[in-house]
Design a protein around this ligand. Structure first.
Ligand code: FEO
Length: 176
C-alpha cells in the first residue's frame, strides 16, 4: 500500500528536521573544536553523523512506500555559543522538540490507519528517549562542573571515546 499523503508530508518535514539537527550539532562541534574541547567536539560530531542516519531512515522509508520526496532548504544554524552548557541545554531543548514532532507523525499515522508507518516510528519513539537522556545528562554534568577546569577536562576526556555506530541498521553495522 502506497504511503498516505498526510504521512508523506509529515515524514518529508522530518527528513528536513533531522538534517537540520545534523547541521546544528556540526555547528556545536565546530565551536568546541575552536575551544580545544576535542572530546566534546567528538561527541557532537558523532551526534551529527547519527542525525544523518535518522534523516536517511525517513528518506528511504518514503521512497520505499512509493512516496514522493521534497527537498526544501535546511535552515541555517549558529556556531556561536556562550558556553558548552548553553550548547547542551539547547541540544536538550531541541531533542524535546524532535520528540514532539515524532509523536505528531505517530498521531497522523494512527489517525490515517497507516500501521506500517506507525511500526517504523516505534524505533524513533524509543530512540528519542535516549536522545533526550544523553543531552540532558551532559547538560547536568556541565552544571555540576561549573567553573572547574579540571571537571571540564575530565568530561572532555570521557566524551572523546564516543564512536559512531549506525543504530538504524539491525546489527548496528554498515548501511546496506
Ligand atoms: Fe534525530 Fe536527535 O533526533
Amino acid at each position: 500500500m502506497k504511503i498516505n499523503k498526510k504521512v508523506e508530508e509529515a515524514i518529508n518535514k522530518q527528513v528536513n528536521a533531522e538534517l537540520y539537527s545534523a547541521y546544528l550539532y556540526l555547528g556545536m562541534s565546530a565551536k568546541c573544536t575552536e575551544l580545544n574541547l576535542k572530546g566534546l567536539a567528538n561527541w557532537l560530531y558523532v551526534q551529527a553523523q547519527e542525525e544523518m542516519t535518522h534523516a536517511m531512515k525517513f528518506y528511504k522509508f518514503v521512497l520505499e512506500r512509493g512516496g514522493h520526496s521534497v527537498m526544501p532548504a535546511i535552515e541555517g544554524v549558529t556556531t556561536e555559543w556562550k558556553s558548552p552548557l548553553a550548547m547542551f541545554e539547547a541540544a536538550y531543548e531541541h531533542e524535546q522538540k524532535v520528540s514532539a514532532m515524532i509523536n505528531n507523525i505517530m498521531d497522523i499515522a494512527l489517525a490515517e490507519r497507516d500501521h506500517a508507518t506507525a511500526s517504523m516510528l516505534n524505533w524513533f519513539v524509543d530512540e528519542q528517549v535516549e536522545e533526550e537522556a544523553n543531552s540532558s545528562e551532559i547538560a547536568d554534568k556541565l552544571k555540576l562542573i561549573g567553573d572547574s577546569k579540571e571537571g571540564l577536562f575530565m568530561l572532555d576526556k570521557d566524551l572523546s571515546t564516543r564512536v559512531f555506530v549506525d543504530s538504524t541498521q539491525p546489527a548496528g553495522g554498515a548501511q546496506a
